[in-house]
Design a protein around this ligand. Structure first.
Ligand SMILES: [Zn+2]
Ligand SMILES: [Zn+2]
Length: 346
């Protein structure tokens, strides 16, 4: 599918890249022949659906944020990403390359993946300094070039500084933003005008870069500004003060405190020193917890399991187990996964 990208080398020339693709395919198939007959090949197990970190480089905080993010993607039915980090390729056989490992893992994982065509596998080999992103069949081949740009411009620079967690988190967000961004939509507008010609003149990678910049550079600043901008009291027009974590707890109830503890919601408490008016603002970013129908706090845990994957011809089934950490409300729901290819039945 794609080349493997060494941290310190990247192919700039397309024809050169194409040639090496052919060569690496040849090389991989030769190696597969050799390895199947001589070595017994082992593969890292995908014990977890979302994150498997055999090199132990993710901090608990980072792991939590990544899981939250990947879960949200699945819930919104956008795509299914999985992250595999290994220590070294040589742990799994002498002749293993990052390409062959990624291809093998992807095909095994794809079989059990509900969002089959929207699958994305990120494979990182720490000691070999290699990253590879495999995309499902639902993505056009042009996407591969933009994936390479994410690796080169977002992940590798941070890895070189040994900021692995940051590199992985930013990388995942950029992959997501890049795959969401579709230049084709912009081009579909009629009539053909100067503006459109101008847009067509911009190479696709420029849109990808724009998507990356939009999502990781600008949006967090806007969010930060909106959240921490100075507030004035509605009652007396005095400047309000934002309380620190300890003091704000006095104004939050038990449910709010639990929400903060499990990081499903973050509250800010603003106090007017003049008239003691209180303003509480609520922030809940992509959280794996949902709002409980019983107690209304965002403390509803969701476990998701595919009972049967949908195929091109038959529906699948998935199960959602809900459990509220605040009021202990519990519920199980079964949902139908639609047939993959509707044209195939009609
Ligand atoms: Zn006031
Ligand atoms: Zn509840």
């Amino acid at each position: 599918m794609q080349e493997a990208y060494s941290f310190f080398r990247s192919l700039k020339n397309y024809s050169c890249a194409l040639q090496s693709r052919v060569l690496s395919i040849l090389a991989v198939s030769l190696l597969l022949l050799v390895s199947s007959s001589v070595y017994s090949q082992t593969y890292p197990l995908m014990k977890d659906k979302y994150i498997n970190d055999y090199a132990g480089i993710l901090t608990p905080g980072s792991r939590k944020r990544i899981r939250k993010y990947l879960l949200t993607q699945v819930k919104q039915n956008r795509r299914f990403m999985t992250l595999m980090i290994i220590n070294s390729l040589s742990d799994y056989g002498k002749s293993l390359t990052i390409e062959s490992l990624a291809t093998e893992l992807f095909s095994r994982w794809e079989a059990s993946n509900a969002l089959k065509n929207k699958g994305v596998l990120i494979l990182i080999s720490k000691q070999d300094g290699k990253i590879r992103i495999e995309l499902g069949k639902g993505y056009s081949r042009q996407r591969e070039a933009s994936m390479r740009r994410v690796i080169d411009t977002v992940m590798v620079p941070r890895f070189k500084l040994e900021r692995f967690n940051e590199g992985i988190e930013s990388g995942i967000r950029s992959i997501d933003a890049t795959l969401d961004f579709s230049p084709e939509l912009l081009l579909s507008a009629e009539p053909r005008s100067l503006v459109r010609q101008f847009i067509e003149g911009i190479p696709r990678w420029a849109y990808a870069i724009l998507g990356i910049f939009g999502s990781i550079l600008i949006w967090p600043h806007v969010k930060h500004y909106l959240r921490y901008r100075p507030r004035t009291c509605k009652k007396c027009q005095s400047k309000m003060e934002r309380l620190d974590d300890k003091r704000e707890d006095m104004y939050l109830d038990e449910g709010n405190l639990l929400e903060e503890k499990i990081e499903s919601v973050d509250y800010d408490v603003w106090l007017c020193r003049n008239c003691l008016h209180i303003l509480i603002t609520r922030y809940s970013d992509a959280s794996e917890y949902e709002v409980c129908p019983e107690c209304s706090y965002q403390t509803l845990e969701v476990e998701y399991e595919i009972i049967e994957s949908a195929t091109d011809y038959s529906e699948g089934e998935e199960r959602f187990d809900y459990h509220c950490l605040k009021c202990q409300f519990t519920e199980t729901q079964y949902k139908v996964i639609p047939v993959k290819d509707l044209d195939a039945i009609g």
